[in-house]
Design a protein around this ligand. Structure first.
Ligand code: HEC
Ligand code: HEC
Length: 324
């Protein structure tokens, strides 16, 4: 011991203090590590979150399988090519997501949202069943429909099965419920005027949206031409987000040249695309499934939503595409 010669006598005390401090830190570390594994710390976990019969744990696997993180971020992790999705569910709700995800190459219209709200699982999950109440609860959906509804989006169409869409909604519901303690910081959206006003600290003159696109009502105005009326209905109800008229192939079968053609079905049979078949395809999409496609991707609720005459006009429009 160095203390024997009368010098450096307090060194062992310093050493003991250092060792005690080290021991304390090891203890704190072990405690915090244990704490972080505690399940009931108030933090939500994926197995606790459901959307109808779909589980967030399954949605997490779908999210990974499609590499959504190659373009998107969740709590700031991932790629910065596309918007952060952490709070997406909280902003837009289940109906908007159900309308957007299967045909992500196009932005949902109000009609597409209305069709989704007729779905029981969705209305129950949203806790509202009218569009007005939905917009109030999920203002992000209203904002997106008004700003971009019916337009093309920069996200590619991904070949989802119906169950995968439900599972993804459950997963995004989970990420919305996570307590991220304010991370990632919110991006201030809104129109240019609104952002400029924020920048200069002035009040925004009017909160009314700038010239919202013509509402669905314009389609049901007294138009004598059934083809034009059918075309407007197909746009307003979001059909053209899935069915291509003459452009590149989308999510569902193309409509160009469909009328009168022979359609192969998944059960191996063939039908002629006449009025009766087309009407049935619109009001009961799962009655016959076109070969190469999967059931439940097309919304099932149009039959409840569209009047018989509206369906006939859409068929007249599809018919006109054959003659063009
Ligand atoms: C190749 C890149 C890419 C991949 C992969 C991708 N996305 Fe996207 N996504 C985008 C882009 C780009 C946008 C923004 C589109 C726009 O603004 O027009 C977007 C938008 C979205 C939106 C709407 C965001 C908003 O502003 O409301 C959701 C929801 C979404 N994606 C979900 C997903 C999910 C879930 C997956 C995986 C299953 C996925 N995306 C995979 C590129 C991608
Ligand atoms: C989310 C995508 C999606 C939307 C939105 C959608 N469809 Fe479909 N549609 C499909 C898919 C996928 C099929 C093929 C599977 C099947 O036969 O049900 C299909 C099949 C059809 C068929 C049969 C086509 C054929 O080649 O035999 C018709 C007709 C049709 N849809 C009309 C409509 C109308 C009208 C609307 C809007 C009121 C609409 N669809 C909205 C995805 C969609």
């Amino acid at each position: 011991m160095t203390c024997a010669d009368g010098k450096n006598c307090d060194e062992p005390i310093k050493r003991r203090r250092a060792l005690a401090m080290f021991g304390l830190m090891v203890g704190v570390f072990a405690m915090l590590s244990g704490f972080s594994f505690l399940v009931d710390r108030g933090q939500v976990t994926p197995d606790q979150v459901h959307f109808g019969r779909y589980q967030a744990t399954a949605g997490k696997r779908v999210f990974q399988a499609y590499n959504c993180m190659d373009c998107h971020t969740i709590v700031g992790n991932g790629a910065y090519l596309a918007p952060d999705l952490t709070e997406e569910y909280k902003q837009v709700g289940p109906a908007w997501l159900a309308a957007f995800l299967p045909s992500a190459g196009g932005w949902p219209t109000e009609g597409a949202l209305r069709a989704q709200l007729l779905d029981k699982t969705i209305a129950t999950d949203a806790g509202v069943d009218t569009l007005a109440a939905y917009y109030e609860k999920f203002p992000g959906a209203k904002n997106r429909v008004e700003r971009r509804g019916g337009g093309t989006s920069f996200m590619p169409n991904l070949p989802f099965h119906a169950d995968e869409v439900g599972e993804l909604i459950a997963y995004l519901k989970y990420t919305s419920e996570m307590n991220t303690e304010g991370w990632p910081p919110k991006v201030e959206t809104g129109d240019l005027q609104h952002r400029l006003a924020l920048l200069h600290g002035t009040k925004v003159a009017s909160t009314a949206p700038v010239a919202a696109p013509a509402p669905a009502a314009s389609a049901s105005a007294a138009t004598p031409d059934p083809i034009a009326h059918g075309e407007a209905l197909a746009k307003d109800n979001g059909c053209t987000a899935c069915h291509a008229i003459d452009g590149p192939h989308l999510v569902g079968p193309d409509w160009g040249g469909l009328y009168g053609a022979k359609v192969k079905l998944t059960d191996g049979s063939t039908v002629t695309a006449d009025d009766a078949y087309l009407i049935e395809s619109i009001v009961k999409p799962n009655a016959k499934i076109v070969a190469g496609f999967t059931p439940d991707v097309m919304p099932q609720q149009y039959g409840q939503m569209l009047k018989d005459d509206d369906v006939k006009d859409i068929v007249a429009y599809i018919h006109s595409l054959e003659k063009r």
